[in-house]
Design a protein around this ligand. Structure first.
Ligand code: F6P
Length: 524
């Protein structure tokens, strides 16, 4: 029997290996001397400009990468994604997050109506909360929203609210609780009046420990103050696929917004999970977010591979990780409003493509997703950029910068200047007689310019990354839509929880047992 085929068995992969050995010898700074380089390697998509001119790419390499994409059947797999084929075979499901942001006529027929009904209900509800038409149990309008959820049921909504909320004080404030640490919930509840607070419980499964425990404690906090179980109807809503569990919690059907198994948690911002954004930015803002994402979807579905920005972004990553040996990738948003983007993309990329078996369950023969990390600029310049400039590790990075509404604003102009200066320093480095002052440079980066940071461009940006992740998953031949690796720790925590709390015998390995015993003492 022949050994299973990995992407590295393809002749296109072997060609890229040969090109890499040649390419690594040519410094980036030499490549950017060509005046046409920016025009050749920057591309526009739905309000974004994506510039690959500081990547270690040239025409020959891009052609070879496109040939690899072609050889893996990427075109056909893109159609499978949009058409509702079973792209998540281990869970026997399609992944139809794109249907959530498509206009009704463009959604696969079987899903269109359900999406429309829920979207309309969710946006109506958001507008009622915003306008004060939705009243708490004692007749007062809502001025505070506490969103409880974790992972995909948290990261997107918090990123989007922080990125897009308008002037503070104009709409209900939105706070987020994800961590099971009691401190997180207590901090979110400080100063809130239960009569004017709305709780959103977002959990696709309605079984996630952190969300269940936080929701139970929030419910207790509320009932201790309001002493009226019926009041929960006006103050708690949930977004979930597990209607039964939500009803056991005390929700009635009117308080529930559905989720579906064909929307993965980390792809769910576009569903009713986006309710906090709809409350904070309004129905129009939410629809703009969907429109931006849909515009990128259309580009991704309909553009030839050579002009397809998510495809090119995926290929630039594959080139760096699989051929040039880079194992970590930094997300560097030059925007305080996008400070949570690295966290969001960490889940999107690492939970999707952190895999070591292929679609058939065979061990992969090439590396999959790199470590994704990062932090907002300019703050990172005064913290971790030292290692980027003078450390021994290789890395790649994405700079995300946004055009400024006021070209005379000194803050905005310095922000942009610093973003550009950092990518330049990473590329060009600096010669110096003193070795302590020498900066090696030659680090490849991509710069994404958002014409303006608004709902449309944020939607477009997040869809761009989603599709990049999908393309890389196709080329690595892995399932980007399951995440069984997260289960082990959840299972192990159950007996540890029991043994931490009681006096029962501790049946763990010697290290864990030692730690449990120390912690039992500190608790006593
Ligand atoms: O534990 C990982 C995970 O399942 C993520 O994939 C998901 O986004 C998160 O937990 C939250 O899940 P749920 O929405 O079901 O509470």
């Amino acid at each position: 029997m022949n050994a299973p085929l990995g992407p590295d068995d393809l002749s296109e992969w072997k060609r890229l290996t040969r090109l890499a050995a040649k390419s690594i010898k040519r410094p980036l700074s030499e490549r950017v001397e060509s005046p046409e380089r920016f025009a050749q390697l920057s591309f526009e998509v739905a309000g974004l400009l994506v510039d690959f001119s500081k990547q270690r790419l040239d025409e020959e390499i891009v052609h070879a990468l496109l040939a690899l994409a072609d050889a893996t059947g990427l075109d056909r797999r893109i159609e499978d994604l949009f058409g509702g084929a079973e792209v998540n075979p281990t869970e026997q499901r399609p992944a139809l997050h794109t249907a959530l942001r498509a206009p009704l006529a463009k959604r696969p027929a079987a899903y269109g109506e359900a999406v429309e009904v829920t979207l309309t209900r969710m946006l109506d509800f958001a507008e009622r909360v915003r306008s004060g038409d939705w009243r708490g149990a004692t007749g007062k309008p809502i001025n505070s929203v506490v969103h409880i959820g974790i992972g995909g049921s948290h990261l997107g909504p918090e990123l989007a609210v922080k990125a897009l909320s308008g002037t503070p004080g104009t709409n209900p404030q939105v706070r987020f609780v994800a961590n099971i640490d009691r401190f997180a919930l207590d901090a979110a509840l400080i100063g809130l009046d239960p009569e004017t607070t709305l709780f959103i419980v977002a959990s696709k499964s309605f079984g996630t420990l952190e969300t269940r425990v936080n929701a139970d404690s929030a419910r207790s906090w509320f009932l201790e103050r309001m002493a009226d179980v019926d009041a929960l109807q006006q103050h708690f809503v949930a977004i979930t696929e597990n209607v039964e569990a939500a009803e056991t919690f005390g929700m009635s059907p009117e308080q529930l917004f559905p989720m579906w198994d064909w929307v993965g948690g980390r792809y769910s911002l576009w569903s009713a999970v986006g309710l906090p954004l709809a409350i904070s930015a309004g129905a129009d803002g939410f629809r703009e977010l969907l429109a931006g994402a849909h515009a990128t979807d259309e580009h991704f579905r309909n553009s030839p591979l050579e002009d397809n920005v998510p495809v090119l972004m995926a290929l630039a990553g594959i080139w760096n990780y699989n051929f040039l040996g880079v194992s970590n990738h930094a997300i560097l948003p030059y925007s305080a409003r996008l400070a949570l983007l690295p966290d969001y993309l960490q889940q999107l990329e690492m939970e999707s493509n952190g895999k070591s078996v292929d679609l058939k369950g065979n061990a992969v023969t090439v590396h999959t997703a790199p470590i994704i990390w990062g932090g907002e600029g300019t703050n990172g310049q005064h913290a971790f950029h030292q290692l980027l400039h003078q450390g021994t590790r290789s890395f790649t990075a994405d700079f995300i910068i946004a055009g400024q509404a006021d070209g005379n604003d000194v803050h905005g102009t310095w922000l942009l200047a610093n973003g550009l200066a950092q990518s330049q320093a990473m590329m060009a480095g600096q010669e110096a007689d003193d070795p302590h002052r020498r900066v090696a440079g030659d680090h490849a980066t991509t710069t994404i310019v958002m014409g303006r940071l608004n709902p449309y461009t944020l939607g477009s940006l997040l869809a761009l990354y989603e599709h990049k992740v999908f393309c890389q998953g196709v080329i690595w031949n892995i399932n980007s839509f399951d995440q069984f690796g997260v289960e082990l720790g959840k299972t192990l925590s159950v007996p540890i929880f029991g043994q931490l709390g009681g006096n029962s015998a501790v049946t763990q390995d010697a290290s864990t047992r030692g730690l449990i015993e120390v912690l039992r003492k500190t608790a006593g």
